[in-house]
Design a protein around this ligand. Structure first.
Ligand SMILES: C[S@@+](CC[C@H](N)C(=O)[O-])C[C@H]1O[C@@H](n2cnc3c(N)ncnc32)[C@H](O)[C@@H]1O
Length: 211
């Protein structure tokens, strides 16, 4: 991993993800988490202040040790136990089947190389009555914007830590065997290529989808 990815990008991510809009959405969705929580791509721990006292413990998966260092600092300020797993979420997680009440994934599915595999892992570790809370950016519904997302993604990926602008988040979640129970989509303020946002909740359906 080069200097940019190891040291510069984590600071850019921490700053970029701390804005008024992301904070507003975190405050709306993260308090819905309950029990044992798995956070995919915990980053610098910006969701931690929004967990309610209904959360027993958070496991945070993220391959970036630098972001994990920032998240550990934030975790110390919160009355919540946080464990960290330094790995990609599309590799097998060292966690038991059906062991989590909630999986939280915020602005992360865009960057996971094998998104369907990561969703299968999420599905495996979620309890039957558990749910996935997602807040993600992805493919816009406007054909003009979507065409530019296709063109720009190969150029943007190396700068944006592997981020794909063109993933259709709801389709990926459904294809992995989840039932989406709530979905809100909208552009947030900012460049339309990067701000079309999928917010919602999903449950497992018990059916297996091909990876
Ligand atoms: C835009 S940041 C969002 C961070 C955090 N979820 C938030 O809401 O502030 C994307 C996160 O995905 C993480 N990430 C990148 N590739 C990943 C992978 N293969 N598995 C899990 N997380 C990954 C990055 O390290 C980073 O923390």
């Amino acid at each position: 991993m080069g200097f940019y990815a190891k040291y510069v990008l984590p600071r850019v991510i921490d700053l970029a993800m701390r804005n008024e809009e992301t904070t507003r959405l975190r405050a709306a969705w993260i308090p819905l988490a309950r029990g044992e929580v798995l956070e995919i791509g915990i980053g610098s721990g910006l969701n931690l202040p929004f967990y309610s006292s209904d959360v027993h413990r958070v496991y945070g998966v993220d391959p970036s040790l630098e972001l994990q260092r920032m998240a550990r600092k934030r975790a110390m300020a919160e009355p919540i136990e946080v464990e960290f797993l330094s790995q990609s979420a599309d590799e097998q997680l060292p966690l038991s089947d059906a062991s989590f009440d909630t999986v939280v994934m915020t602005w992360t599915l865009c960057s996971i190389p094998n998104a369907p595999k990561a969703l299968q892992e999420i599905k495996r570790v979620l309890k039957a009555n558990g749910r996935l809370i997602f807040l993600e950016h992805g493919r816009a519904p406007d054909p003009g914007v979507a065409a530019w997302q296709e063109r720009i993604t190969p150029l943007w990926k190396p700068i944006g830590g592997g981020c794909h602008l063109n993933r259709k988040i709801d389709d990926l979640i459904v294809a992995a065997g989840f039932r989406i129970t709530e979905l809100k989509t909208c552009y947030l303020p900012g460049p339309r290529l990067m701000t079309y946002t999928y917010q919602g909740l999903a449950e497992t359906t018990g059916t297996d989808a091909a990876i």
